[in-house]
Design a protein around this ligand. Structure first.
Ligand code: ADP
Ligand code: MG
Ligand code: MG
Length: 251
C-alpha cells in the first residue's frame, strides 16, 4: 500500500508534451527528492498531481492512497491529504492568514469527523505553529501572503503544512532567493513532520537543501521522465557532474 504510484504519466501544457512516461512510487514515510535541469518538467509534475488548471494528462495513471487521483478534483485531493507548497503562493488580499488557516483546519477536521476548534483553541494552535517557523504572530493577521517576502511566504507555507497535516507533501522550491535561515525553517518543518505515515516529494535545484532534509531517494527528472534514481549520495554526484551525462541517456 503505497502513498503514491505514478505509472507511465504523460502530460502536456499549451499543446506541448512535457511529461513523457514518468514512473515513480512513493511509500508512506519516505522522502523523495527530485532534481533535474531547468524545464525538465519538475514543476509540471507537482501541478499535474495537485490538479492545477491548464495541465492536461494525456496518458498513464496515478494512484494516491489507493484511489485514482485523476478522479478527484482539486479540493478533494487536498482533503485527501495532498499538499503542494511553494509553486504558486497566492496572495489573497482582504482575507487574513488566520481566517484562511482556520477555514482550512475546519475543513480538515470536518472531513475527519473531528469537532470544530473554538477560536481560542485555534489561536493557540496557530501561535504554537508560528513559533516553530519563526514567523511573527503579526503575520497571522495580515492578508494571506500579502506583501510577504519570499522567505516569509515559505515560512507561511510550512505553517500551513503543519496545521493541515497532509499525508503527501510536495515542495517545489522555485526561487533561488532562499536565505539560509528560511532554508533551515523549511528543513526543520519537514523534519519535524516526518513520520511513518507521511511522505514528501521535495523538488529542488540545490543540493544544499538536501544537507538539511536528508532524502531516502534522489531522482533525476530529465526530458519528462525519471532517468536516474539513487540514494542521497546521488545529489552530491549531480552537484559535481551536472545533468548533461543523464540527459543524453534520456533521449
Ligand atoms: P522545471 O520545473 O523542471 O524547470 P517546468 O515543469 O516548469 O520545468 O516546465 C517544463 C516545460 O513546460 C518548460 O518548457 C516550460 O516552459 C513549459 N511550461 C510549464 N508550464 C507552462 C505553462 N503554464 N504554459 C506554457 N508552458 C509551460
Ligand atoms: Mg523552471
Ligand atoms: Mg520548476
Amino acid at each position: 500500500n503505497f502513498m503514491l504510484r505514478i505509472t507511465d504519466l504523460h502530460a502536456r501544457v499549451e499543446e506541448k508534451d512535457i511529461l513523457k512516461g514518468l514512473n515513480l512510487t512513493v511509500n508512506p514515510g519516505e522522502v523523495h527528492a527530485i532534481m533535474g535541469p531547468n524545464g525538465a518538467g519538475k514543476s509540471t509534475l507537482g501541478n499535474v498531481l495537485s490538479g492545477r488548471e491548464g495541465y492536461e494528462v494525456t496518458g498513464g495513471s496515478v494512484e494516491f492512497k489507493g484511489r485514482d487521483l485523476f478522479a478527484l478534483d482539486i479540493e478533494e485531493r487536498a482533503r485527501e491529504g495532498l499538499f503542494l507548497a511553494f509553486q504558486y503562493p497566492v496572495e489573497i488580499p482582504g482575507v487574513s492568514n488566520m481566517e484562511f488557516l482556520k477555514a482550512a483546519v475546519d475543513a480538515k477536521r470536518k472531513h475527519r469527523g473531528e469537532p470544530e476548534l473554538s477560536a481560542v483553541e485555534f489561536m493557540k494552535l496557530a501561535r504554537d505553529a508560528s513559533k516553530k517557523v519563526s514567523l511573527d504572530q503579526a503575520f497571522l493577521k495580515r492578508g494571506v501572503n500579502e506583501g510577504f517576502s519570499g522567505g516569509e511566504k515559505k515560512r507561511n507555507e510550512i505553517l500551513q503544512m503543519m496545521l493541515l497535516e497532509p499525508g503527501l507533501c510536495i515542495l517545489d522550491e522555485t526561487d533561488s532567493g532562499l536565505d539560509i535561515d528560511a532554508l533551515q525553517v523549511v528543513a526543520n518543518g519537514v523534519n519535524a513532520m516526518r513520520s511513518p505515515e507521511r511522505s514528501f516529494i521535495v523538488v529542488t535545484h540545490y543540493q544544499r537543501l538536501l544537507d538539511y532534509i536528508v532524502p531516502d531517494y534522489v531522482h533525476v527528472l530529465a526530458n519528462g521522465k525519471i532517468v536516474k534514481t539513487g540514494g542521497k549520495e546521488l545529489a552530491l554526484e549531480l552537484e559535481e557532474k551536472g545533468y548533461s551525462w543523464l540527459e543524453q541517456v534520456a533521449v
